[in-house]
Design a protein around this ligand. Sequence first.
Ligand code: ZN
Length: 104
Amino acid sequence: MTSRRTADRAVGPRRTCVGCGREAGKAELVRIAAPGAHDAAAPRIAVLDRDGRLGGRGAYLCRSAEHERPQADCFDAAVRRGAFARALRARVTLDLKLVESIGR
Ligand SMILES: [Zn+2]
């Protein structure tokens, strides 16, 4: 009998960063959500969903190593590609606090 180790540990659901496309466990990512009316035409504000409590669809980004915020590179790439609107299936405006939290 072989004692083959399972490469995949039980780390919970894997999510894909909408910026760089990396797949990772939820602990390595931050969630962006845009709660609001179920009216696809109404613009919504995309905010950092710290506790993962906001309903609806979520967009995931790689988490910055030392802060509860997205990595700047992934955030920028997601903005450039319009990935938030695609992932959240809505017209979204990014929350100013979120944008400012990225810093440079
Ligand atoms: Zn990423």
